[in-house]
Design a binder for this molecule. Structure first.
Ligand code: CMX
Ligand code: CO
Length: 140
């Protein structure tokens, strides 16, 4: 079902500061910067590699408000790893299969993710304490 790790996402207070740190320290290129109102984030994607069905990235997330998912996470836990996202060939199909196994989906239908992708989240309590995202990358 999973083809690759699409991204690991890091929650931070200051997106520009973290973009500078990650791009300079690890020699990574910023390939996208977006505001996603629905997810309540300002974000950047730093490219690591290309893989089956899409690339792999570090995603840096700054919350748009304190009551957004990332805003609440920062208040509770501080900066750090927020979620891991796996690339799947078809997000709706993956959601249906995973739901059948009894894992709670946080989205009833796919939503818009970074760079034209379709995404859905799984409840962290059902996935070993890890907030998990499914990503169907946009077609090239
Ligand atoms: N990773 C692991 N566990 C997490 C977590 C995270 N990122 N966020 C919350 N939890 C845990 C909490 O610690 C809590 O556990 P305890 O009950 O043991 O304390 C439990 O999950 C419930 O937490 P909560 O504070 O009651 O719930 P929230 O209102 O903060 O919601 C969650 C948590 C995961 C349901 C919510 O953040 C969500 O719907 N996330 C999906 C959307 C999202 O994160 N969007 C931003 C990224 C967008 C993108 O990648 O493009
Ligand atoms: Co993500």
């Amino acid at each position: 079902m999973f083809m690759r790790i699409d991204h690991v996402a890091i929650a931070c207070h200051d997106l520009e500061e973290k973009i500078a740190f990650f791009s300079e320290t690890f020699e990574l290129t910023v390939v996208a910067r977006e505001v996603n109102e629905e997810q309540g984030v300002k974000e950047a994607m730093l490219h690591i590699a290309d893989g089956e069905g899409g690339g792999s990235y570090i995603q840096l997330l700054e919350p748009l408000s304190e009551d957004s998912p990332v805003g609440k996470f920062l208040a509770r836990r501080g900066e750090g790893l927020h979620h891991v996202a796996f690339g799947v060939p078809d997000v709706s199909e993956a959601m249906a299969k995973i739901k059948e196994k009894g894992v709670r989906l946080l989205d009833e239908r796919p939503r818009h993710g970074s760079m034209g992708s379709e995404i859905a989240f799984l409840h962290p309590k059902d996935v070993g304490g890890m907030l998990t995202e499914l990503v169907q990358a946009a077609r090239p």
